[in-house]
Design a protein around this ligand. Structure first.
Ligand code: ARG
Length: 467
């Protein structure tokens, strides 16, 4: 068991089980790079302010760099009995440079250190998630561009409702993912605030330069209250809530893909590399990936509940409960990264069966609104026109016909206003084309929508500093 830095106050060694219970190194070791970068900035600031000798600060900074290299090369292994990553690195530093290393923790506490590390880590992860989201959005734009004219039924209550195109439908998801990206950039802004210098909770009497230390780490701002600086985990909860919403979007999309590749729909076919078979039924091709994404959404929601519940009722300032934030947010991040990187190739290799989409659009009277609108445009009040169109649909169902399969005489039996141009109006391509209101599915609108989405992706990539 590693020696405790705080052992001076105690007359007994920590119980072995309590040590294991208390230790977080098994999961917070992934913060090693952020911890080292934070400590290098801290030593730099301490040296600049002459709080510790400049030469000592330099030696600390160099040695911390060596420790990072050794961890990355595998030469230095984490000591699983250490209390946490912060204690491990400080102990390693001291083992290498002796008493000089003991100067590093001047004007600092693990409370502001861990708050800093987690912020640094989350900023990087937000950037990676944003990058994958940007790629997914570009993939969606590419697919949508190919399907500007692929007519399919739009649904409400999972009943065929009105004609749209595959492009318009996919762009609805693109809008959701764009908002997710925007939310990520919001969280990133609130996360990039440096708490270091808050120390244990009450700041310090040393003449530290918080702004300088923050700027070394790329933070444009510092926290304004030392108690809040060490006890705030809003940014963790906020990120997890953004990730929960993102997973909800991925899950809805996954659910549609699951439906679409069923033989009842057959709107899409997954590439063989992204589907699985059954151990007993030879004909099966299962959409396991999308089902797993749908299932994993629950994990991320669970992580959010863990975080919210963990923080609820905590008095100010730092409490050990807050150590529990890490496994939850790490799990949420890992899950989202995994889902995004699997989902993108799944949809980019997925084949859209345009004929089946169109056949479904032709079968469900989804042009009935257009039929009613035709009469309305001839001066009949919409409610009356709606009733007449309903009667026509009823007649079609009884006689096993479709709206475009009726003769003009049949139409005129319902209303003499019908003329031969009704057939153009209820033609599915025309129904889509005519919905050229902004935000509608007409191909030229959707083209404009796609180009706006591309512009917004580029803007958000800049905001999130994605290359
Ligand atoms: N491992 C701790 C955590 O993750 C670090 C902070 C510990 N601070 C303390 N005063 N015990 O929250």
């Amino acid at each position: 068991m590693a020696d405790k830095m705080w052992a001076g106050r105690f007359s007994k060694e920590l119980d072995k089980n309590v040590n294991d219970f208390n230790s977080s190194i098994s999961f917070d070791s992934r913060l090693y790079a952020e911890d080292i970068n934070g400590s290098i900035a801290h030593a730099d600031m301490l040296g600049k302010q002459e709080i510790i000798p400049k030469a000592d600060a330099e030696q600390i900074m160099l040695t911390l760099g060596d420790i990072k290299n050794d961890i990355e090369s595998g030469d230095l292994k984490f000591d699983e009995t250490a209390e946490d990553i912060h204690m491990f690195i400080e102990a390693e530093l001291t083992a290498r440079v002796g008493y000089i290393g003991k100067r590093l923790h001047t004007a600092r506490s693990r409370n502001d250190q861990v708050a800093l590390d987690i912020r640094l880590y989350l900023i990087n992860q937000i950037n990676s998630i944003g990058g994958l989201l940007g790629e997914l959005l570009l993939t969606l734009c590419d697919i949508a561009e190919k399907h500007l004219y692929t007519v399919m039924p739009g649904y409400t209550h999972l009943q065929r409702a009105q004609p749209v195109t595959m492009a318009h439908h996919l762009c609805a998801y693109a809008q959701m993912f764009l908002r997710d990206m925007d939310r990520l950039s919001d969280v990133s802004r609130r996360t990039a605030v440096s708490p270091i210098g808050s120390c244990a909770l009450a700041g310090t009497t040393y003449p530290i330069d918080r702004e300088y230390e923050a700027s070394l780490l790329g933070f444009p701002a510092i926290t304004e209250n030392s108690i809040d600086g060490v006890s705030d985990r809003d940014f963790v909860i906020e990120l997890c809530s953004v990730l929960s919403i993102l997973m909800m979007h991925l899950s809805r999309f996954s659910e549609e893909i699951i439906l679409w590749c069923s033989w009842e729909f057959r709107f899409v076919e997954l590439d063989d590399a992204y589907a699985t078979g059954s151990s007993i039924m030879p004909q099966k091709k299962n959409p396991d990936v999308t089902e797993l994404i749908r299932g994993k959404t629950g994990r991320v929601y669970g992580d959010l509940m863990t975080l919210l519940t963990m923080m609820k009722g905590l008095p100010l300032a730092y409490n050990k409960d807050m150590q529990e934030d890490k496994e939850a947010i790490f799990d949420a991040i890992d899950t989202v990264l995994l889902c995004l990187s699997t989902f993108k190739p799944l949809i980019s290799t997925m084949k859209v069966n345009t004929d089946n989409c169109r056949a479904a659009a032709a079968a469900g009277f989804i042009n009935a609104t257009d039929c009613a609108d035709y009469l309305t445009k001839k001066g009949i009040p919409f409610r009356m026109a709606y009733k007449i169109a309903g009667e026509i649909v009823h007649y079609c169902i009884i006689n096993n016909k479709t709206l475009d399969g009726l003769t003009l005489e049949e139409y005129q039996k319902f209303d003499p206003e019908f003329e031969s141009d009704i057939f153009d109006v209820i033609n599915l391509d025309n129904c889509v084309k005519a919905r050229n209101v902004s935000g509608g599915p007409a191909p030229e609108n959707v083209e404009k929508q796609i180009s706006n989405i591309r512009i917004n992706i580029a803007k958000l990539c800049i905001a999130l500093k994605i290359q």
